[in-house]
Design a protein around this ligand. Structure first.
Ligand SMILES: [Zn+2]
Length: 254
C-alpha cells in the first residue's frame, strides 16, 4: 500500500512534534477526556504518539492504533498495528475513541468505511480533530515527474462544523472548538490564477518532506513567487480572514 510508505517516512513522523499549537490542542483534548472519564481509550491513527503519549487517563487503559509500524515504535503504551477501515477491536470494549488528524487523509470510500468502523465500536463518545475548513488546493503541489497535482500533506477531505453534523449518523455533535495557528483560506478563482497562470504552487521548503501519491517520487520542484502570485496573494489577503487551523469535536452516542 503506497500511502503507508509515506507515513512510514522518518521526516513525516518528525513533522509531528509538540509545539505551542499542538499543546493547545492537547490541553483541549485532555479537558474533554477528563469530562468523559473513560475506562478505556483508543486513539485511532495515533501516529508517533505526539498526543497519545501525553493523554491523561485517570486509572483508565490507553491504547494507540496506527497502520504505520515505524510510528508505533515511539508509543509509550500498548499499541495495535491496524487500519482504520478494518478495526481489529470488538464492539463495546472502548469508552472513548479519539481520532486526531486522520479523517482528512482518507479518500471518499475510506472515509465511509472509517466512519462505519468508528461507530461500530459503540463507544459512548468519539472525539475527532481535523483541519478547519481547509482550502485543500492552497496546499497543492505539482509533481514534476508525473504531473499529478496533490496536497503536500496528503489531505483529501475538507471539513467544517456543518459537515461534522452529519458525519456520524449514530452520534450527535455535542460540541466543537477551533484552535491552533491562524491560517488564511484562499479564494478559489484567485488560486486558479496563481496556479494555472502563475505556475506558483504551495510554499514548499527542502526541510519539508512529501511524496507523490502516484509515482512515489520525493523529488518535488520548488516553485518561487512571481508577479502573478504576489498579486493574487496580496489580493487574497485583503478579502479573506485568518482562522484557527484545527477543528476539534466531541460526539455523543444517540
Ligand atoms: Zn508523481
Amino acid at each position: 500500500m503506497s500511502e503507508r510508505t509515506f507515513y512510514n517516512e522518518k521526516q513525516v513522523r518528525e513533522e509531528h512534534h509538540l509545539n505551542k499549537h499542538t499543546q493547545e490542542k492537547l490541553d483541549l483534548l485532555n479537558k474533554w477526556i477528563k469530562e468523559c472519564d473513560p475506562n478505556t481509550l483508543l486513539d485511532v491513527g495515533c501516529g508517533n504518539g505526539v498526543l497519545t503519549n501525553n493523554f491523561v487517563v485517570n486509572n483508565g487503559a490507553l491504547c494507540g492504533l496506527d497502520f504505520s509500524l515505524s510510528s508505533l515504535q515511539e508509543l509509550e503504551m500498548p499499541a495495535i498495528c491496524g487500519d482504520i477501515t478494518h478495526l481489529p477491536i470488538r464492539r463495546n470494549h472502548i469508552d472513548l475513541v479519539i481520532c486526531s488528524e486522520v479523517l482528512e487523509h482518507l479518500n471518499d470510500t475510506q472515509l465511509q468505511d472509517a466512519v462505519f468502523q468508528l461507530q461500530s465500536l459503540n463507544a459512548p463518545h468519539i472525539i475527532i480533530t481535523v483541519p478547519n475548513d481547509e482550502t485543500l488546493g492552497k496546499n497543492s503541489i505539482k509533481c514534476k515527474n508525473c504531473g499529478l497535482i496533490f496536497n503536500v500533506s496528503h489531505h483529501f477531505q475538507r471539513f467544517d462544523h456543518k459537515k461534522l453534523d452529519y458525519l456520524f449518523p449514530d452520534y450527535r455533535l455535542a460540541r466543537y472548538k477551533t484552535c491552533g495557528r491562524l491560517v488564511r483560506s484562499y479564494v478559489k478563482p484567485l488560486l486558479r490564477i496563481r496556479q494555472n497562470l502563475g505556475n506558483r504552487w504551495t510554499y514548499f521548503s527542502k526541510q519539508r518532506y512529501t511524496q507523490c501519491p502516484n509515482c512515489q517520487t520525493d523529488q518535488i520542484a520548488l516553485y518561487k513567487p512571481n508577479l502573478i502570485s504576489l498579486f493574487t496573494d496580496a489580493f487574497n489577503a485583503v478579502v479573506t480572514q485568518k482562522k484557527p487551523y484545527w477543528l476539534c469535536a466531541i460526539f455523543k452516542r444517540k
